[in-house]
Design a protein around this ligand. Structure first.
Ligand code: PEP
Ligand code: MN
Length: 270
């Protein structure tokens, strides 16, 4: 049976409201901290990123942490702060749902529903996302094949939601010096076998901020429809994924370079 994700019946450009934010001519940068920590942190970071021209703000308020004693997110309160970012800066929000109990809350606030790598196999979330009118970013599990990723996308597509994006964020290999291994060969297969917009995530794959700019530049050159990147105003104090966060100055420098690379390959980085 042919998988829907490999067929023509999907949307290759994705709009939020009136605005087409993802298409084949664009490499859309989604930036922000890993987690919503406080109102001050969120508003300060959003203010700086909006000033740089970033249109989509990322931050998780329900964090699926491996360590149950680690910071789990600001939950409903965090979603309220993200609403404030929308109202104050006119930015769009991408935030994740960690399980189906928080799906309705997240769906109400977010502009793009993020299904995290560990939730890629959560069938309740997949079906709920399939019934949503909002675009979905489906992250590849670090132990999933491309075929399995396509099959999970079909759970969403068969429920009726055609606004879906794939995200390659690194797979687990024998190599432990980086957090994961960004599978660009797999990403090339996604590009070849599906028309679903492809997003790459240099932050979670590399895991160390020193390598994130180099990987991010390679991601632009690769030719993807978007990049998800973690930025924190003070990485040393970040409550989640601190080692991989760029500070605002590092991000600004990278953003300018990514724009130049985009120009060279005919994709507008914005
Ligand atoms: C994230 O984007 O912060 C995140 C938790 O990513 P992943 O699901 O890829 O680990
Ligand atoms: Mn993170």
């Amino acid at each position: 049976m042919e998988l829907i994700s490999k067929s023509e019946k999907i949307n290759t450009s994705i709009s939020i409201g009136e605005e087409e934010l993802f298409n084949e001519q664009t490499c859309r940068i989604m930036a922000g901290p890993c987690a919503v920590e406080s109102r001050d942190q969120i508003m300060f970071t959003a203010d700086k990123l909006a000033e740089m021209g970033i249109k989509i703000f990322r931050a998780g308020s329900f964090k699926p942490r491996t360590n149950p004693y680690a910071f789990q997110g600001a939950h409903e309160q965090g979603l309220e702060w993200l609403e404030e970012v929308k109202k104050t800066y006119g930015m769009k929000i991408i935030t994740e749902t960690s399980d189906s109990t928080n799906f309705p809350l997240v769906e109400k606030t977010t502009d793009i529903i993020q299904i995290g790598a560990k939730a890629m196999y959560d069938y309740a979330i997949l079906r709920m996302a399939g019934r949503s009118s909002k675009p979905v970013l489906l992250k590849r599990h670090f132990g999933a094949t491309i075929d399995e990723l396509f099959k999970m996308a079909d759970y969403i597509l068969t429920e009726g939601n055609k606004n879906i994006m794939f995200c390659e964020r690194g797979i687990r290999t024998f190599e432990t010096s980086s957090r994961f291994t960004l599978d660009l060969c797999g990403a090339a297969v996604i590009k070849n076998q599906s028309r679903i917009p492809l997003i790459l995530d240099p932050s979670h794959s590399m895991g160390w901020s020193f390598g994130v700019p180099d990987i991010a530049k390679a991601c632009v050159a690769f030719g993807c429809e978007g990049i998800l990147i973690e930025v924190h105003h003070n990485p040393a104090e970040a409550l989640c994924d601190k080692d991989q966060a760029l500070d605002l100055k590092q991000f600004k420098e990278l953003y300018d370079t990514m724009k130049a690379i985009g120009n060279a390959i005919g994709k507008e980085v914005k």
